[in-house]
Design a protein around this ligand. Sequence first.
Ligand code: NAD
Length: 314
Amino acid sequence: MVVSTCLVTGGAGFLGSHLCDALVARGHRVLCVDNLDTGSLVNIEHIRVPEFSHINCDITEPCFIDEPVDFVYHLASPASPIDYLRLPLHTLKVGSYGTHHALGLAKFKRARFLLASTSEVYGDPQVHPQKESYWGHVNPIGPRGVYDEAKRYGEAMTMAYHSQQGVDTAIARIFNTYGPRMRPHDGRAIPTFLRQALASRPITVYGDGSQTRSFCYVADLIRGLIGLAESGYHEPVNIGNPDEFTLLELAEAVKEATGSDSEIIFEALPVDDPKQRQPDIGLAREVLDWSPEVSLREGLHRTIEEAGVEALVG
Ligand SMILES: NC(=O)c1ccc[n+]([C@@H]2O[C@H](COP(=O)([O-])OP(=O)(O)OC[C@H]3O[C@@H](n4cnc5c(N)ncnc54)[C@H](O)[C@@H]3O)[C@@H](O)[C@H]2O)c1
């Protein structure tokens, strides 16, 4: 295997830290660029090898790196609704200036660039499941617009750097992913349900719980991201688990995995909450030979085992 230097923006976050782990395990040198806005040194403190270093830099500002870089994985961005509703301008800046600087770095270093985009580019989709060819249904001025449009803009800029500047780019459209190191209070469904179930508190489901989501275990997702980065493919690729569950089914699965007898209660739906989400992963199967291997049941058990009850209850 060729040993590469990989720069991971957002490397101290949930997905970024798992990506750093996987790249280090493959023998690569890893530069983790993270200003710790929503990430934490706790996520990377176990990586104690000379091939790994953390650079505290805000990617909305230019970031200078002395050594050669082969891959730039651009993951820096608030990602949970709680974070991007709290940091709306920062979210827009990291999607625009941040992506611009990360792409500039990749161009300067002649590195392959991967944008961590999102299924949110499809908004509240009117096509189901979502293929990469679907353009989406996004409310640009709704509360989620700051995140969705930042990512859509990031995709546009990535394609422009590719077509106009010749940068070798990739775009991963990541669907809901879960696993150890999610923050218990980050507002996303799985950490919230796990926290509530493990503390024997009521599990709060929005609406009537009939809205659907597809949940990918983090190890599957990271394998897909690395596969895409190493593939040479340029068009957007969905990476997610196509097994679709209603939120009510998810709450039941969490109760079963935790052995909890928490009651399930219902609360008002947030504004612009998508009614359904399911990736069509035909393209990932075809060009990356990738598909997820971990079921929701197994992934929940692995999350509880690896994270530990204390970390999940917060
Ligand atoms: N987790 C998911 O289910 C999911 C789904 C779709 C897309 N994504 C994308 O994957 C990426 C990582 O998501 P996550 O769940 O790990 O979120 P996270 O909040 O855990 O990680 C984001 C990281 O980016 C860092 N960061 C934010 N702004 C920065 C800046 N200006 N400069 C440097 N670092 C900065 C944060 O400190 C944090 O460590 C995001 O781009 C997100 O949009 C995640």
